[in-house]
Design a protein around this ligand. Sequence first.
Ligand code: AP5
Ligand code: MG
Length: 218
Amino acid sequence: MRIVLVGPPGAGKGTQAAFLAKNLSIPHISTGDLFRANISRQTELGKLAKSYMDAGNLVPDEVTIGMAKDRMEQPDAENGFLLDGFPRNVSQAEALDEMLKSEGMKLDAVLDLEVPEDEVVKRIAGRRICRKDSSHVFHVTYSPPKADGVCDACGGELYQREDDSEDTVRKRLEVYHTQTEPIIDYYKAQGLVVTISALGKVDEVTKRAMSALSGEDA
Ligand code: AP5
Ligand code: MG
């Protein structure tokens, strides 16, 4: 399956992607995690991306599309993938369509996670992620690690993302509404969008997502 996950910052895309990718046996591809891995390796791409991410803006399409394309061309993504955080505007969605079309492939579904803004703010405020692997995500109250400040998965140090400050979150939400939300209509026109509520416990949301993706009533 080739799936796109969409939803506001803090909706739980990364959290759900980890479970969905495992259940569906496809890789979880997060452009945010790819940028953060570049930042920790201090690559040129990482340095460039950081300036945009810290301000809550999108990293320019020229670099983002190439990076996403390279990742999707890896052998583990041959039979499908779950995209988290890409595409993030209509031109990225068009570039993805072009890329898939040239390979004779297409998307199967766009899973839209709906969460009210006050909940998103609570989720982001308590989020802690792992310094070794930013796809390991916790929450101080909702999904606390077994030991304070230590990642359950790999023992890495947990920290708060630089772009999770109040001002940057406000900017990211604005960017989501103006630049990312339009891709929902773009994909609705292709009949691909399934919308679910991302409220409730993590495993309840995963169940809802799995039934929605299999075409059952959520
Ligand atoms: P990115 O890393 O993609 O951030 P985002 O879209 O803002 O989304 P988040 O990662 O903040 O939230 P999430 O939905 O993954 O939530 P999570 O599962 O962590 O992008 C960061 C930046 O990179 C962008 O601003 C941009 O600069 C750049 N970038 C990335 N992709 C780009 C692109 N394509 N083009 C250009 N620039 C790009 O959950 C949040 C918290 O809630 C966690 O603490 C979690 O434990 C908790 N939680 C999750 N589910 C539940 C639940 N059901 N109940 C209670 N708590 C929950
Ligand atoms: Mg994420």
